[in-house]
Design a protein around this ligand. Structure first.
Ligand code: KG4
Ligand code: ZN
Length: 337
């Protein structure tokens, strides 16, 4: 029955969780509002805010779980990928805590944790399953053979799906992060603007062309009618969401057909998107898939998913040394675990 303290600090959310025997007892997240002022995450601001937030968030996680520090059996932390300064705060805290209480350390890959967030609650997918992992930094179709055996079948060649939401929303004048706002406004709109879908072969994605086509489209329309964006905001959001969701879903269906796997999951911040969630369920019925969608608290960055992943690493005896450093590099991904 290991009780694990898990820390997540890869980007702009400081999170701590207590996971006992694979069950999440508490999952606390401190969001950083400061980035809204700048229209994106400012790495230096993020690491300084992590520094301020980490001790109160850990204290809150312990309190909510009703667990004392002496009852912790291991400390887990996100090693990467992420922003170096942000990762350093979580890594240093985890190492110091483990050293003080003489506990083993467990390093966790952030992308692997997004996938294994599905094991925080029922129903859990059965192996092998496909997971579309869509966040602000990544877009991957992952073949999950086991907890520690994952292979990336396809990924974005440029922007991630979350970035596509955020950058398109920014062109409409929406604040950061625009993804949840586009989602909200899209519910009141019609997808009547036909933005082009990228034609990338295989299971890879490309989203960088979308923002360029939206930019030129808006320039042309606004030149003719300066109020074009305000007058059509809901329909613009619905159209952006529709094209991103349809691109993601078509590749997911292709991966299912090629592998013959019908256990289909989505994960990461963009899996909170209502259009993606409902389309997955709809297509799942048509295609005969068993579909898995995480609860909202396990979609966006959270330490609960880090603790759940660490639980399986603990059972496998997969601990790390005290001299471990974070990795910020996007290149070290699940396939290289
Ligand atoms: O997984 P996550 O919290 O952090 C990363 O690892 O990147 O994902 C954040 C991304 C952001 O781009 C955000 O705009 C997007 O997820 N996101 C959404 C929604 N909620 C979060 N995008 C579309 N619709 C949403 N409801
Ligand atoms: Zn993430």
């Amino acid at each position: 029955m290991p009780t694990i303290l898990a820390i997540e600090s890869s980007c702009d959310d400081t999170s701590a969780a207590i996971v006992r025997d694979g069950i999440v007892l508490s999952n606390c997240v401190a969001n950083q509002e400061a980035h809204r002022l700048y229209g994106g995450v400012v790495p230096e601001v993020a690491s300084r805010a992590h520094q301020l937030n980490i001790i109160p968030v850990v204290d809150l996680a312990l309190k909510k779980a009703n667990v004392a520090k002496k009852d912790i059996n291991a400390v887990a932390f996100t090693r990467g990928p992420g922003l170096l300064g942000s990762l350093l705060v979580g890594t240093s805290f985890a190492k110091a805590f483990a050293l003080s209480y003489n506990l083993p350390l467990i390093e966790v890959n952030h992308m692997q944790a997004h996938v294994l967030a599905h094991f925080a609650e029922d129903p859990k997918p059965k192996f092998p399953f496909l997971c579309l992992t869509v966040s602000g930094g990544h877009t991957q179709i992952v073949l999950v053979r086991d907890f520690m055996d994952m292979e990336i079948l396809g990924q974005t060649l440029d922007d991630a799906a979350g970035e596509a939401f955020d950058k398109s929303g920014k062109l409409l004048g929406l604040g950061y992060p625009a993804g949840p706002l586009v989602d909200k406004l899209a519910r009141e709109g019609q997808a009547r603007f036909p933005f082009p879908e990228s034609a990338v072969p295989g299971l890879n994605f490309s989203f960088s062309g979308l923002k360029t086509s939206i930019l030129y489209f808006l320039k042309k329309e606004v030149a003719a009618n300066p109020n074009f964006i305000e007058e059509n905001l809901n329909d613009l959001c619905a159209s952006i969401q529709a094209i991103i969701v349809s691109t993601l879903m078509k590749k997911l269906r292709k991966a299912s057909k090629e592998t013959g796997i019908r256990e289909i999951a989505i994960a990461g911040g963009v899996s909170a998107n209502s259009g993606l969630r409902s389309t997955l369920e709809e297509w799942g019925k048509k295609e005969g898939w068993n579909t898995y969608i995480p609860a909202f608290q396990y979609c966006t960055d959270n330490a609960g998913m880090i603790g759940v992943t660490a639980h399986y690493k603990f059972l496998a005896g997969d601990f790390c040394e005290q001299d471990i450093a974070p990795f910020a590099d996007k290149g070290i991904l699940i396939s290289q675990l």
